[in-house]
Design a protein around this ligand. Sequence first.
Ligand SMILES: [Zn+2]
Length: 386
Amino acid sequence: MTANAAKAGQVSILVFIDALGWEVLRGRPFLDEELPYRRKLRSVFGFSSACIPSILSGLMPREHRHWSFFFYSPRTSPFRPLRPLNLLPGSILDRGRVRHLLSRLVKWIYGYSGYFELYNIPFRHIHLFDYCEKKDLFVPGGLNQGRNIFDHLQSGGVRYHVSDWRQSEEVNLEALKQDLQRAEIRFALLYMASMDSLLHQVGKASIEVDRKLAWYEAQLREVLRLAREQYQEVRLFICSDHGMATIHTQVDLMAKIEALGLVFGRDYVATYDSTMGRFWFHNDQARARISARLEEVPEGRILPEEELRALGCDFEGRQYGELIFLMRPGVLIVPSHMGLKPITGMHGYHPDDPDSDASLLSNVEPPTDPRAIPDVFRLMRAEAGV
Ligand SMILES: [Zn+2]
């Protein structure tokens, strides 16, 4: 009997590294020998809250209906009970730690299984908004609309491993190794989240990014070695959802709009993400004045309808905004409803920007010719045979 005869057949491992952009990897050694097949993937317009559902489902945001976390919907808003928190002083409420603890409490009370953060959405207006990721994306039935890879794995009866995104990278690596050693799975999705926060903090040029890549390299070599002990063929893929642009300019978009003297909630509603302002209008005058003011801001532009359609971000009922103002790459809205402080790196710019590009690396030629991040879904299905 040969050594191979005792081994299981094939396993495909997809490692998701958040924000491992094509431009982040450029010029850096990273598993060059192990993963010689490399390609750039076009990202999806939006933050990880839009990109990850597209990777998991092959659908565009308009189809899975996940985009930015908060959207205007006073009739369905579950947050009215939080409004009195507005009476607490900003010195307490603006602390990240306080917001984070409150978010955990709200998540527990409401029974949300998804990623939930209140960020800096103002409590004064919180009853006007609903939230798009109440459910865990990484389980069957996890999407607002459409089927994800876990629905397919489940109905195909495939034994698989998936990380718990609430856990650290170390815990997730250990759990994967244990499942590989049992040799009962044929597909695995390893979720690695901390590259994203590092890149936000230090930017893509930092030496700390090289150190982090070296750590991933060592960890994934060990995963490959262990898997090869148990399986005859180990197919390893690494993919990401977007890259990271370096911030060079900050704009206080909120102040420019508030200076118009219109009343939030009566004339208009807005939410300010790090890279875009999203607006809903209650009268024509507000629409005209806000649009005119935005036209005067050179650091960004209003996205026309056709462009949103081409980006797959034309939502039914204009769920995520009647008007989307997108900043140019490297321009950060500060303060925003996502954060009050400046930061070194950001994503969520136009997918045409090279810093938006994601990556796909593998030790075998991908069987499906992926070009954009939703194609990773079709790759996973082909690998898992579902
Ligand atoms: Zn991020």
